[in-house]
Design a protein around this ligand. Structure first.
Ligand SMILES: C[S@@+](CC[C@H](N)C(=O)[O-])C[C@H]1O[C@@H](n2cnc3c(N)ncnc32)[C@H](O)[C@@H]1O
Length: 367
């Protein structure tokens, strides 16, 4: 992936842009998309079949994850980039990229059938509907999401071993995997960043300053800025280093740190923790809730976006995701969050649905 690709990722998503909802995100697919843009090939990879409430997908080739794996490989190998604008017969593109012709022809067939590529008289080319999502130079590019999915798959297939020995699954963390993770988080947040900022603005209309803990990807921070709020992002040093240019360009202040150790800032009207608590152990969650409360001005509020235990398949799947990916992370119950907030001296604990998303918004205020 080029540097310009990543630079483009923070760009604000214009309302008319396709949203990155082709991807299995936390087990949830694009059924709740509100965006009018919806190519056919999105519809083809969603919804496991259900019978009597039970997921019945035991087919070897259900067509739910394989098109994404094929697309992931095609992006990685440069096949998609080669076919962005110029139609070419599969055999010719195989020759140009020094790929195995037999493999290329079969992979191209899937890409055509899934709607990512289009067959023309002079060869295959990226389908117009898919172009923005597959062009590394476009802000709507979903490659990082797929690369992160690749890492997730490598963890998930180790589940039998995790069942025997406990988690997490073994996977080396590389600079590339961190970039893919952060890029994937940006894709995941695009759709919900603005509505969530609106929801928080309605709940806490006096807000002027926000601390976004674990907000390194920057997507939510930009949506907060659109409300005229002064935004500070706290994240691990390596994440801030990765994002520093984009965040600085957007005028977002940064703090490098580990929230489980300390939140070295105070006086904020709102402290937001989006998809952060699930990566931590219960003791770390309690500690971060207390530090977050300490970072609030009186009258301020802590807002947590996360999965809640017992809210269905996306939540139980995500708990397994945390099992294979972290040593202490989990999906926690509403009662856990209430206890951590109350122990931190926060009041008026409340839980809200987030339109179209499996996660919940949990809030508590500081007197
Ligand atoms: C799953 S991502 C969520 C990103 C974003 N908040 C969102 O909701 O899309 C979690 C983020 O929290 C950061 N993070 C995780 N643990 C942290 C910690 N202990 N201190 C600071 N940042 C942390 C990660 O680096 C990552 O940027």
């Amino acid at each position: 992936m080029t540097t310009s690709t990543r630079a483009g990722l923070l760009s604000r998503c214009a309302p008319c842009r396709p949203q990155a909802t082709i991807l299995l995100s936390h087990g949830r697919v694009s059924g709740s998309v509100t965006h009018p843009w919806r190519p056919q090939w999105v519809a083809r990879v969603e919804q496991p079949r259900q019978r009597g409430g039970m997921v019945t997908s035991t087919d070897l080739f259900p067509g739910q994850w394989q098109p994404q794996v094929v697309l992931m490989a095609a992006l990685e190998i440069g096949l998609i980039e080669a076919l962005l604008d110029q139609p070419r017969p599969p055999a010719r593109v195989a020759q140009e990229l020094a790929l195995d012709e037999r493999a290329t022809v079969r992979v191209v067939s899937v890409l055509v059938d899934a709607g990512y590529l289009e067959q023309r008289s002079d060869g295959v080319v990226v389908a117009p509907d898919a172009r923005a999502l597959l062009d590394p130079a476009d802000a709507a590019f979903v490659g990082d999401r797929l690369w992160h999915l690749h890492d997730l798959l490598r963890r998930w297939v180790q589940l039998p071993e995790v069942l025997r020995a406990g988690g997490p699954a073994r996977l080396e963390r590389t600079p590339e995997s961190l970039r893919a993770f952060i890029g994937s988080m940006r894709v995941g947040a695009r759709e919900r960043a603005r509505p969530l900022a609106d929801q928080l603005a309605a709940l806490f209309p006096a807000t002027k300053t926000v601390l976004d803990v674990g907000g390194g990807p920057g997507t939510q921070a930009l949506a907060f800025q659109d409300h005229g709020w002064q935004v500070t992002v706290l994240d691990f040093p390596e994440v801030i280093d990765l994002m520093t240019d984009d965040l600085a360009r957007a005028g977002i202040a940064v703090i490098k740190g580990d929230a489980t150790r300390a939140i070295p800032a105070q006086g904020f009207d709102l402290v937001f923790c989006g998809n952060l608590f699930h990566s931590m152990s219960p003791a770390e969650c309690a500690s971060v809730a207390a530090s977050a409360a300490g970072a609030l001005a009186s009258g301020g509020a802590l807002a947590i976006l996360d999965f809640l235990r017992g809210t269905g398949l996306p939540s139980s799947l995500f708990a397994v995701n945390m099992l294979v990916a972290t040593s202490g992370g989990d999906v926690y119950a509403e009662a856990d969050y209430r206890r951590w907030c109350e122990a931190a001296g926060l009041r008026d604990f409340a839980v809200y649905d987030v339109m179209g998303h499996s996660q919940r918004l949990l809030t508590a205020g500081k007197r």
